[in-house]
Design a protein around this ligand. Structure first.
Ligand SMILES: Cc1cc2nc3c(=O)[nH]c(=O)nc-3n(C[C@H](O)[C@H](O)[C@H](O)COP(=O)(O)O)c2cc1C
Length: 360
């Protein structure tokens, strides 16, 4: 069943709820078929072949929305070109105590300190498998975002175990080393930690995935990196042979304009306040890697213009999350339609021609 009620009529109800409750109601509604069916845009200029994958359009759902891979089909039916499910950890875990998600309507921002609550790999795997087995499933790629349990002292054990479990169910793997709410996770963002981790992950892929069609490995980074860290990580990305970068996760910054009550909340800030920082990081990595590593751009995208800025900075695909809270699912087709307008204005024949043009 599809339910095409414009988001503006539902928004007051959702915004009257605590943000996490609103999210749970959304997931339950989607699971039970109360979901909008918004036809995916059909335009050859937005179709992208990247790695071994075909994308109908470049707009995806970012990780953290569908942590347990429960609503892949309804999400893809909203017109997304892809969805990234997770972050999943080997063992189920509760995450931090509630409340742990906060919204700031005025600044179109969210702070979360969820700490990877999820039902664990067994439930996640079953859900992804059920989707993949469905012959009538919608088109669209499914990235699997993997992380470590809170009490893990050897991160490589968890990442490789998850790849062993999931194998080729992934269209791509997103290696999340950048959520601010798992102690020690962000420490993996330096060469000495990342190089051996990627080597272990590549070995696990070799052992457990289809050798003829291995899922690409993408690493998701934080926006809170110094210039030196960015240089080191860009070189590490090139040397380690990863297939892509996801830029960026939430920020620990607290810009002055945030109200104290909101800004004082611990956790990662997303939405409009992270937009420019994320675009800058995308631009930096695009230039540092000389465009050799495809980038998924994410952080504060709330319009076609925002998405196009990320693409011009160097992203080949984009993702959204926080803006859905404020604009609803209609945003996906809006962004795609606007992207077509922008490439026409700039006399490009295809969206990929715009990638990185901010630096030329
Ligand atoms: C409530 C919430 C939960 C999130 N959970 C995850 C997660 O589990 N894994 C992850 O890699 N990113 C997670 N993120 C980060 C988003 O995927 C995205 O990188 C970030 O929010 C910036 O994009 P946005 O401004 O469009 O939200 C989460 C974000 C929010 C708001």
């Amino acid at each position: 069943m599809s339910l095409n009620i414009p988001f503006k009529y539902i928004k007051p109800f959702f915004h009257a709820l605590d943000p996490e409750t609103a999210h749970q109601v959304t997931i339950q509604s989607l699971k039970h078929g109360l979901s909008p069916h918004i036809p995916s845009i059909k335009d050859d200029r937005l179709k992208i072949k990247l790695w071994n994958l075909n994308f109908e359009n470049p707009v995806g759902l970012s990780a953290g929305f569908d942590k347990n891979a429960e609503v892949i089909t309804p999400i893809l039916n909203m017109g997304f070109g892809f969805t990234e499910v997770g972050t999943v950890t080997p063992e189920p875990q509760d995450g931090n105590p509630r409340p742990r998600v906060f919204r700031d309507v005025k600044n179109q921002a969210v702070i979360n300190r969820m700490g990877f609550p999820n039902k664990g790999i067994n439930v996640f795997k079953q859900n992804v498998r059920t989707f993949k087995k469905n012959k009538n499933r919608p088109t669209g790629n499914v990235g699997l975002n993997i992380g470590m349990n809170k009490d893990q002292t050897n991160p490589a054990n968890d990442y490789t175990y998850l790849i062993k479990q999931l194998g080729s169910l992934a269209d791509y793997y997103a290696i999340n080393i950048s959520s601010p709410n798992t102690p020690g996770l962000r420490n993996l963002q330096d060469r000495d930690h990342l190089m051996p981790l990627i080597n272990s992950i590549k070995q696990a892929r070799k052992a457990h995935c289809d050798p003829d069609n291995p899922p690409p490995i993408l690493v998701k980074l934080a926006p809170d990196l110094t210039n030196e860290q960015q240089q080191e990580l860009a070189q590490t990305a090139l040397d380690s042979g990863i297939d892509g970068l996801i830029l960026t996760n939430t920020t620990l910054d607290r810009p002055d304009f945030l109200a104290k009550k909101f800004g004082d909340q611990k956790g990662g800030l997303s939405g409009n306040p992270v937009k420019d920082k994320s675009t800058e990081i995308i631009g930096n990595f695009y230039q540092l890697t000389k465009g050799q590593i495809p980038i998924i751009g994410v952080g504060g995208i709330a319009s076609g213009a925002d998405a196009y800025d990320k693409i011009k900075a160097g992203a080949s695909l984009v993702q959204i999350y926080s803006a859905l809270v404020f604009h609803g699912p209609e945003l996906v087709s809006q962004i795609n339609h606007d992207l077509v307008k922008f490439i026409e204005q700039d006399n490009f024949n295809h969206i990929l021609e715009a990638v990185g043009t901010a630096h030329r």
